[in-house]
Ligand binder design. Structure first.
Ligand SMILES: [Zn+2]
Length: 507
């Protein structure tokens, strides 16, 4: 490691669940509706209204927890599967009830892990690392305050459409040690939750939000007053908020680590240490590239958590767990391993393919099976399909070239590269199959028999070149290739070379 310290990172991720309705009422859970149009007495917190749990939200959360390898509500002293709701009390203008229904001491899932690739060069190698998941629990979201950002001091408006929508909070262990690892973890969570249909994880729309807890460990060498830890000093925790992109997460972590080290070096009194200072909450200012301290964090007790009296506890059954597992489908990690084993893909090729989602993987598998060659299928998709999809801003599900047609093109397409481009364009823009596209481009199938006869004629007409080649002058064969090309304008060079090779080495 280049730095003289170790960065320690834990991430707290909130994702919005893809339910039709909110967590405890029947209001729509949908982004972009007119302000305050999706509200009712329950999510407005009016007196006398009572919450009812949304079963679909619980099923989605359970699916996510299982995908994160979590234990489901295994709490000492309670029956298996027992979990409950708690009130987290605080005042904020976007929280009309003055409390949030969340989970405190008995979350519905805990003690899981997620594997990420921490290779320095992911193109060359795969280095797995398991990131611990401390807990994943369900809670309701708050509304949104819309501040006047013009600087003219206008009113702040409150939109309560989001109040009461279901959130899954996923708390990682402090197991990540670089900005790159934090980003890899977020990418894996996002891919997985999208694939299993739990959340769309759109950071722009706030359906995936992330806070980072960061500090550094500085090794203590040759000192005798290292008190709390024998071999390193830990700096106080900072929780970074307002992280609006994965890139911002990486930049903010790198910034904080550097700032911690500078402050640690200046701290002669030894006060800038974990345990001696309160945790700090800081906001990331992406435009300026700095963090701004917001407050020193309240302790958990300040929220006066207590069991939610309006909701009965939940007992997750073995049947529910089995159903959630069945609904999960193949997870990205398992899918990569399978594609490597079944089709001989490299770890990197498998990574690229799986990151594009299940529909692309299905397309690949159809092409690979038709060809009987996974590596070629993956390479040709990288060369042709991905650029075409990007250019057309299209999803693979509506791509006009079917896997069978694409496999046919790879196997039986024109040999000449310009012809290949023309035919591919016709298949793409007009939805033609290979034969129709070739006919439209005026490309006749190559007559290899005639070309082979021309090669034999050229060999007969150039005895010196043949003798030179046979005495070890590899380059002499180019004279024969040249002669064939001259007599057969437009013949594909690569085919001519192959035929010359075949005929010259026949003995
Ligand atoms: Zn409502």
């Amino acid at each position: 490691m280049a730095e003289p310290y170790k960065i320690v990172i834990g991430l707290e991720v909130h994702v919005q669940l893809l339910t039709k309705t909110k967590l405890f009422c029947g209001c729509k859970n949908q982004f972009g509706l007119p302000p305050n149009s999706a509200t009712c007495p329950v999510c407005l917190g009016l007196p006398g209204s009572l919450p009812v749990m949304n079963q679909q939200a619980f099923e989605l959360a359970l699916r996510a927890a299982l995908a994160l390898n979590c234990q489901i509500a295994t709490h000492p002293g309670y029956p298996p599967g027992f979990t409950k709701w708690d009130r987290k009390n605080y005042y904020y203008p976007d929280l009309p009830k003055n409390y949030q229904i969340s989970q405190y001491d008995l979350p519905f899932s805990h003690n899981g892990w997620l594997e990420i690739n921490v290779a320095k060069d992911p193109k060359k190698e795969y280095v797995p690392k398991k990131i611990g998941i401390i807990r994943a629990h369900l809670e309701e979201d708050a509304g949104k305050n819309l501040h006047d950002e013009s600087g003219r001091g206008g009113d702040t408006l409150v939109d309560l459409n989001r109040a009461g929508t279901p959130l899954l909070e996923i708390v990682s262990a402090p197991d990540m040690n670089s900005p790159e690892e934090a980003i890899a973890y977020l990418e894996e969570i996002r891919l997985m939750l999208r694939e299993i249909g739990v959340s769309d994880c759109e950071m722009q729309e706030g359906s995936l939000r992330c806070d980072a807890n960061v500090n550094i460990h500085v090794p203590v060498i040759g000192t005798q007053h290292a008190t709390e830890h024998s071999d390193f000093h830990a700096t106080p925790l900072v929780e970074i908020k307002n992280l609006n992109s994965f890139r911002a997460v990486g930049r903010a972590i790198a910034y904080e680590a550097k700032r911690h080290y500078e402050q640690y070096l200046q701290d002669r009194a030894g006060r800038f240490r974990f345990g001696k200072m309160l945790k700090t909450t800081a906001g990331w200012d992406d435009a300026r590239g700095i963090t701004v301290v917001q407050r020193h964090k309240e302790e958990a007790a300040d929220y006066r958590y207590f069991p939610e009296p309006d909701l009965v506890p939940v007992v997750v059954t073995a049947e529910q767990i089995a159903a959630a597992r069945a609904a999960m489908g193949e997870l990205p990690q398992a899918q990569r391993q399978r594609l490597m084993a079944q089709y001989g893909l490299s770890a990197y090729d498998a990574q690229v393919l799986v990151a594009k989602g299940r529909a692309t993987v299905a397309y690949f598998e159809a092409v690979a099976q038709a060809l009987g060659d996974g590596k070629t299928a993956a390479n040709r998709m990288s060369d042709l399909i991905y650029p075409a999809l990007a250019e057309r801003k299209e999803a693979i599900t509506t791509f006009p070239i079917s896997p069978a047609t694409f496999a046919d093109f790879i196997k039986n397409g024109p040999a000449n590269s310009q012809d290949r481009r023309d035919v591919f364009q016709l298949m793409l823009t007009q939805g033609l199959d290979l034969a129709a596209a070739k006919a439209q481009a005026g490309i006749k199938d190559l007559d290899e028999t005639a070309l082979r006869a021309a090669v034999l004629a050229a060999i007969a007409a150039n005895p010196k070149a043949v003798a030179d080649f046979r005495s070890g002058k590899e380059a002499a064969k180019m004279a024969i290739v040249g002669a064939v090309m001259k007599a057969n304008k437009g013949a594909p060079n690569e085919v001519v070379r192959r035929l010359v090779d075949e005929e010259l080495t026949k003995g």
